[in-house]
Design a protein around this ligand. Structure first.
Ligand code: ATP
Length: 254
């Protein structure tokens, strides 16, 4: 299977600091790949490079075989890469359904003239968008909250809604930064199950996660960064068995 995302010898410096150095890895479609490493390992910089918030000093990034490095964030987002941030970024005074619908890209009704003259076509498009939003809320098992204002949802449901907005934004590859932070252990379990369900429906996930236990449980593939370089990668079991990685770099007993 060929990788949906490929980083090839990517480097990025900030003054004297090599935040990412000569980094190469691939993300397989329909899988959950996790980036782990201590503080300052370069994880956020990798996300910023993939999403166009930073340009690499050297190397290439390909999404579905096409070069994307150096392109602006809005262009990269249109290719099918969606990114979550640590803050939720929801429309609090809109319902769950409206939040998801608002994330669907290129809605032709956004043009005022088309909104006035669009007629039947526009109504058809609105129905398709609404059906899609319903489907996403159903996939995430929050369909029963379709008419609830975002601000009235529990924190866990708000996080799921954020995930729904990423999927609605045509996110085939979801870059999730600490998606389970702030959730109770029971909600973490629930959230992990929904992420797995999204992958089963065809999404691909690249995850930054500090909680190694969650990483090991959830991931198909794990990439370990240290001071901007890749020091190990493999299945969760392979990484867990790598004593020097677990002990020296992650400070954990294997
Ligand atoms: P954390 O888990 O603490 O968020 P991280 O693995 O995401 O860390 P990065 O935030 O990518 O690591 O940082 C990698 C290195 O690059 C660090 O030494 C950091 O100080 C440096 N760095 C990141 N962004 C900038 C910036 N905009 N300007 C200067 N240095 C930066």
């Amino acid at each position: 299977m060929s990788a949906i995302l490929e980083l090839d010898q990517i480097s990025r410096r900030f003054g004297g600091i090599a935040a990412v150095q000569d980094l190469s890895f691939g993300v397989q479609p329909g899988r959950i790949t996790s980036l782990i490493g201590g503080n300052g390992a370069g994880k956020t910089t990798v996300f910023n490079l993939i999403t166009g918030y930073l340009a690499p000093d050297a190397g290439s990034i390909r999404f579905r075989g096409e070069r994307i490095d150096g392109q602006p964030p809005h262009k990269i987002a249109r290719t099918g890469i969606s990114r979550s941030f640590q803050e939720l970024r929801l429309f609090n005074r809109l319902t769950s359904l409206d939040n998801v619908q608002a994330a669907v890209p290129h809605q032709k009704g956004e043009s005022i003239l088309r909104a006035i003259w669009g007629g039947q076509t526009l109504r058809d498009e609105a129905q398709v968008t609404q059906a899609r939003a319903h489907q996403i809320l159903d996939d995430l098992v929050i369909l029963h909250q379709v008419d609830t204002l975002a601000e009235q949802l529990s924190y866990g449901q708000q996080k799921l809604l954020t995930l729904g907005r990423l999927v609605a934004a045509k996110g085939d590859l979801l870059l999730l930064d600490e998606p389970t932070s702030g959730l109770s252990p029971a909600m973490v379990d629930d959230f992990c199950a929904r992420m797995k369900a999204l992958v089963a429906l065809g999404c691909t996930i690249l995850l930054i996660e500090h909680n190694v236990e969650i990483v090991m449980r959830l991931s198909d593939w794990v990439i370990v960064l240290h001071q901007g370089t890749k020091i190990a990668e493999g299945t969760p079991d392979e990484v867990r068995r790598n004593e020097s990685v677990m002990h020296t770099y992650l400070g954990l007993s294997a």
